[in-house]
Design a protein around this ligand. Structure first.
Ligand code: PAF
Length: 284
C-alpha cells in the first residue's frame, strides 16, 4: 500500500492510476478505523481497480473544540488495517496542507442542513462539504463510499455532487453493527465498559420505535414514548439530544408515514461525554 501525506503527490498518483486506465474507489475517513470503515474498503475493492482511503481529522467540521481534541487518532493501527484489506493508497494529509489559510467559502444546503445534526452542530456540514470537495479534487474518484450511519451527511454529499457536477458516484453503504446492535463508530472506543453496555439503548429504541410506527402508532405518540424511555436514563448520564422521524430523501418532518416513499428514524444522544448517533430506515 502506498502512503502519501502530501496532497500534490497524492493527486499525481491518482492521475497516474487514471492514465493507466484504472477506476478509483474512494473511502474518505477520519481514522480510528473499525469494521464499518473496512466494509467500505472491501466494497470499493470489489467495484473498482484501485482503492484510495483518506485519513484526516477535519477541524472545520467540529463545532466543539473538546470533541476535536478527543477524537481518537490511531494512524499506525489504521495503516495496518487498511493494508490487511488491500487498500492501494492511503492519503493522510496534515492540517496545514489541507488548510494553508482559513477557508472563507460557505456552503448552504437549505433544509437538508437545518435539522438534526445541522441544527445541533452549527457549521458541521459546511466543514464536511469543504473537505469532501477538496478530497474529490485531489483523488478524482469514480465512486466514493459513505456509511449510512451518517445518513444526513450522505444526503448532503449527494446534493454537493449533484450541484457541483462532480463526476463521482456516491455509494451509500449499510450500517455495520456490533453483536448487540450498537452502530460501529470511532467514538465508541471513548465509552467506559459500563457506558458501552448502556449505549445499545439507541439501537433498541430505534427498533422499537420502528415497530410501533409500522403497527400504526402515530409519529407524535412514538416521539413521546422515546422521550419517556430516555427521561429516567438521565441519572445514568445518558441524555437524548433528538429523535426525529424524517422523509428519507428531503429530511422534512413526517406526520403520517404512509405519505412518504421512505422514512428515516434518526437519534442522537450523549452517553456520558460521548455523543452517539444512529438511524434506521422504515421501509427498506
Ligand atoms: O464521515 C466522516 O468520517 C467524515 O465526515 C468525512 C466524510 C471523512 C469528512 O471529513
Amino acid at each position: 500500500m502506498l502512503f502519501l501525506k502530501n496532497p500534490q503527490e497524492a493527486h499525481l498518483q491518482c492521475l497516474t492510476f487514471k492514465k493507466e486506465g484504472k477506476s478509483i474507489g474512494f473511502v474518505p475517513t477520519m481514522g480510528a478505523l473499525h469494521e464499518g470503515h473496512l466494509s467500505l474498503v472491501r466494497r470499493a475493492k470489489e467495484e473498482n481497480d484501485v482503492v484510495v482511503c483518506s485519513i484526516f481529522v477535519n477541524p472545520t467540521q467540529f463545532n466543539d473544540p473538546t470533541d476535536l481534541a478527543k477524537y481518537p487518532r490511531t494512524l499506525e493501527a489504521d495503516r495496518r488495517l487498511l493494508e490487511s484489506v488491500g487498500c492501494d493508497l492511503l492519503f493522510a494529509p496534515q492540517e496545514q496542507e489541507m488548510y494553508p489559510a482559513p477557508p472563507v467559502l460557505r456552503f448552504s444546503f437549505g433544509h437538508l442542513e437545518q435539522v438534526m445534526e445541522g441544527a445541533h452542530r452549527p457549521g458541521h456540514f459546511n466543514g464536511v462539504a469543504l473537505v469532501v470537495s477538496k478530497l474529490f479534487h485531489i483523488v478524482q474518484p469514480n465512486k466514493a463510499y459513505f456509511g449510512q450511519k451518517d445518513y444526513q451527511q450522505y444526503l448532503i454529499i449527494r446534493q454537493l455532487v449533484a450541484d457541483l457536477s462532480f463526476p463521482v458516484e456516491v455509494v451509500p453503504c449499510p450500517i455495520v453493527r456490533e453483536a448487540d446492535g450498537l452502530a460501529m463508530s470511532s467514538r465508541n472506543r471513548r465509552l467506559t465498559p459500563a457506558q458501552r453496555r448502556e449505549a445499545v439503548i439507541l439501537h433498541q429504541t430505534l427498533q422499537e420505535a420502528k415497530q410501533r410506527l409500522l403497527n400504526g402508532v402515530s409519529v407524535e405518540e412514538v416521539k413521546k414514548w422515546v422521550a419517556s424511555v430516555f427521561a429516567p436514563l438521565q441519572k445514568k448520564d445518558i441524555r437524548l439530544e433528538y429523535f426525529e422521524v424524517a422523509d428519507g430523501y428531503t429530511l422534512s418532518a413526517v406526520k403520517d408515514i404512509h405519505r412518504h416513499k421512505e422514512v428515516v428514524l434518526c437519534i442522537a444522544a450523549y452517553v456520558g461525554e460521548v455523543r452517539l448517533i444512529d438511524n434506521v430506515l422504515l421501509f427498506s
